[in-house]
Design a protein around this ligand. Structure first.
Ligand code: SF4
Length: 459
């Protein structure tokens, strides 16, 4: 069995049967669902808004090369620098070069999943550079030595008591400190570091072709400080984050806010169009945008997968997925978890296709992900596509392939089907009970087969 699949199964088992884990997720997801239901009321016609968003993203992706060039021309005209990175090594090399040029010692970062994708923190720490997460949730998981649990709410799996205990251990704050007191503590620590940092690194929620800008959406203000206080700002953004016009934000900002957190609009929505200009008082002296491909072009070239590049990373499909709600974010072991993670992880250059395709099997195919996506992405169809591709490429575990072959032989053989009940149950127990799972009882074969009942006219 593939090593990643074995780890996935082990972690799933642990999380699915942890009552504590389920309790916390249920509590946090419950709050999310209540807020989202209220947030959705701001749309007069939500279905129309979702379809419009999908159409705009479809047109954008169809026209992406021209829009990227338009973006680059506008952004560089204001003194910004664009770096094109084909894959993770190219992005890492570009960042390392800037770090070296600036002799950077301290970097502040705002929340961004793409920096997880390129393993930025490990890269910088290996170079002896201190990296400080400035989003509260990211700060907490960094202190805990964990990866983000969720693409929008990185510390969703922790209770306020867990965090108080963690901070007490690490920073000697009061063991029963309130969330407000802990937030104030982090604020004070971070404020000082913002002024000391040599470089600020962020992701970007959208790129705007017509103004040559990137848009940063956040609730804490740390993104603004990260991108404006240090002398150099580097933004790493996936090429699919493009929107044709600043006017498209009318639709995409409320959609992202509502489906992400249930807000009408996010607290801080910042449009950055380059470094500080001569007449401006704030902003970095230099601003770089690294446009990362890392497999995205190949995904867009595949008609079955193209839609996955419309994603605005709101996290709604995670919050509505019964599998995610059972096994949690860390189990996926990919920067992108939940249904969208299961769809794109095998195709991004974060490993081989076979390293992550098992994630597409972790779905009940209930379609809840598709139903809850603000951009109407047909996620469950793409999960099926990944599965069929895996099958066509002969990548399923050998034991399973063997089992299906045996199953097919038996199903096509009348005398095997009509074999005595006792022998069929014995074979089932010997070969299927492990696959069926030790917590479930394998169904027993009935006393009479369908064939026998048919002959007696009982069906
Ligand atoms: S696939 Fe849709 S629901 Fe899931 S994160 Fe992306 S935009 Fe949100």
């Amino acid at each position: 069995m593939n090593k990643n699949l074995a780890t996935f199964l082990e972690k799933s088992e642990e999380k699915a049967f942890s009552k504590e884990h389920r309790k916390r997720l249920k509590f946090n997801m419950g709050k999310y669902h209540t807020k989202v239901a209220i947030g959705k009321q701001q749309f007069q016609n939500l279905e129309q808004a979702r379809q419009l968003a999908k159409n705009i993203k479809a047109q954008t992706i169809n026209n992406l090369p021209a829009l990227l060039e338009e973006f680059e021309a506008k952004f560089t005209a204001r003194g910004g620098k664009v770096i094109w990175a084909e894959d993770i090594p190219e992005a890492q090399a570009a960042i390392s070069k800037i770090m070296e040029e600036k002799a950077a010692k301290v970097v502040v970062k705002s929340k961004s999943m793409i920096t997880e994708e390129i393993q930025l923190n490990q890269l910088l720490e290996n170079q002896g550079i201190e990296v400080l997460e400035t989003d509260l949730g990211e700060f907490i998981v960094q202190v805990k030595g964990e990866a983000p649990y969720h693409i929008v709410t990185p510390a969703m799996h922790l209770s306020k008591e867990d965090i108080a205990e963690l901070f007490h251990e690490k920073f000697q704050t009061a063991p029963d400190a309130s969330p407000e007191a802990l937030t104030a503590y982090v604020r004070q620590v971070l404020r000082e570091r913002f002024t000391q940092a040599d470089i600020g690194i962020s992701g970007g929620n959208f790129l705007l072709a017509d103004t040559g800008s990137m848009v940063l959406v956040e609730n804490e203000g740390n993104g603004r400080l990260t991108t404006t206080l240090p002398k150099t700002h580097i933004a790493i953004v996936g090429i699919e984050k493009m929107l044709p016009s600043i006017e498209d934000l009318d639709l995409f900002l409320p959609l992202l806010a509502t489906f992400g957190t249930g807000q009408n609009t996010t607290v801080y929505n910042t449009i950055l169009s380059g470094p500080k200009q001569a007449h401006e008082v704030d902003g970095p002296e230099e601003m770089y945008i690294i446009l990362l491909d890392n497999g995205r072009s190949d995904v867009m070239a595949d008609e079955h997968m193209r839609e996955s590049m419309y994603c605005i990373r709101c996290g709604s499909c995670l919050n509505n997925c019964p599998v995610y709600q059972t096994i949690g974010g860390h189990t996926y072991d990919s920067p992108y978890s939940g249904p969208i993670g299961a769809v794109i992880s095998p195709h991004l250059k974060i490993g081989e296709f076979e390293d992550n395709v098992h994630l597409s099997q972790a779905s009940s195919l209930c379609g809840s992900c598709t139903e809850s996506c603000p951009v109407n992405i047909n996620l469950h169809q793409m999960l099926l596509y990944n599965r069929s591709y895996e099958e066509a490429e002969n990548l399923r575990p050998k034991e399973e392939q063997l089992m299906w072959r045996a199953w097919r032989t038996a199903m096509l053989n009348r005398s095997m089907m009509n074999a005595p009940r006792f022998s069929k149950n014995l074979v089932g127990n010997l070969f299927l009970s492990k696959l069926w799972g030790e917590r479930r009882e394998l169904p027993k074969f009935p006393k009479h087969t369908f064939n026998q009942l048919w002959k007696k006219g009982k069906v």
